[in-house]
Design a protein. Structure first.
Length: 181
């Protein structure tokens, strides 16, 4: 699809209204939910939008660590998420939907959402700004270029890079000294 087909910058709302989104996991795949930091949990609580039932303390399974290592090869995942450790993630419903996913998208205000949620589907991979090509992502269907994806996500390259680096720092995923971006 070409970039001129972008219907509205509120693509995440439109995606949620049509069905399955990136905020949904298949039953049994909860271990692969992206981690959130304590500071992100506190921000949600301060906004009055999340009690204890909204967060899950999950073990650092080998599958979870391998997935993060694949997504973030420049970071020392095993140091931040040791084998016998655990991490926090957002809770999901019995249907696999994020606890904060409503019929019209995320119920959290943008400035309160976890950084991963604000960033997705954008991502930094080996220092290059790119995006995930998930089948259920309406933005992916509508955007054929990075500039179109940035516009659809109501952001720009500098903000996406800042979100990624802030997310990594909050999760304890500092870049090794040998990696310079």
């Amino acid at each position: 699809m070409n970039d001129t087909h972008i219907l509205h910058p509120d693509v995440c709302r439109r995606c949620a209204e049509r069905g399955r989104t990136c905020c949904t996991v298949e039953s049994g795949d909860e271990e692969f939910c992206f981690p959130i930091s304590i500071s992100e949990m506190e921000a949600i609580r301060r906004a009055g939008q999340g009690g204890g039932e909204c967060f899950v303390l999950a073990p650092n399974t080998s599958g979870f660590v391998e997935q993060l290592d694949t997504l973030m090869p420049d970071h020392d995942i095993k140091a931040a998420f040791p084998e016998q450790g655990s991490h926090w993630r957002l809770a999901t419903t019995a249907e696999g939907r994020c606890i904060f996913l409503g019929e019209s998208g995320c119920t959290l205000e943008r400035n309160v959402r976890p950084l991963y949620c604000r960033l997705f589907p954008l991502w930094l991979f080996h220092g290059q700004l790119t995006w995930f090509t998930a089948d259920e992502c309406l933005a992916n269907e509508e955007c054929a270029s990075l500039s179109a994806m940035l516009e659809a996500m109501s952001t720009d390259s500098a903000e996406a890079r800042c979100l990624f680096h802030d997310m990594c720092a909050r999760l304890g995923l500092e870049l090794p000294a040998k990696v310079i971006l």
